[in-house]
Design a binder for this molecule. Structure first.
Ligand SMILES: [Zn+2]
Length: 141
């Protein structure tokens, strides 16, 4: 049922499988939020070369407007599975939260981490610093 969300990953089957695994494990309310929003997309970063390697982009505008696009790096296909799951879940958390706070957690990165952790995707290595930065060249990925 998620195939429409992951069609961009057809030529990257391992990452497609990882994205699918995370999609299956997140709560139904989040799945529905993604599936029912035609603006929600998941894509590979090289589809948007002009945007560099920014993973999450919120189009400027009032909340609820603009597109919701989760951009994943191709590297997530090769890095440690637990780390890839965590990054994908973290990005989904941003998307679900509209890149905003979660409850009392005002810091959007902490909010995304906390929400992803509540889904069972904890940051694998707390010493590793920011996952997103890690993606740009951390030895762990
Ligand atoms: Zn983040």
């Amino acid at each position: 049922m998620f195939y429409g969300l992951i069609a961009d990953f057809d030529h990257c089957p391992q990452l497609q499988q990882r994205v699918l695994s995370v999609l299956h494990r997140i709560p139904e309310v989040v799945q529905r939020d993604f599936l029912e929003d035609p603006r929600f997309r998941i894509t590979l970063d090289n589809y948007h070369p002009e945007k560099g390697w920014t993973l999450w982009m919120a189009t400027p505008g009032p909340p609820g407007s603009g597109s919701r696009c989760v951009v994943l790096r191709r590297k997530l296909s090769d890095c440690a599975e637990g780390f890839a799951y965590y990054v994908i879940a973290h990005e989904f958390a941003h998307a679900f939260l509209r890149n905003g706070p979660w409850g009392e957690i005002q810091d959007i990165e902490e909010a995304a981490d906390a929400l992803a952790a509540s889904w069972g995707f904890r940051r694998p290595d707390p010493e590793n610093g920011m996952a997103e930065r890690g993606l740009s060249g951390s030895p762990s990925c």
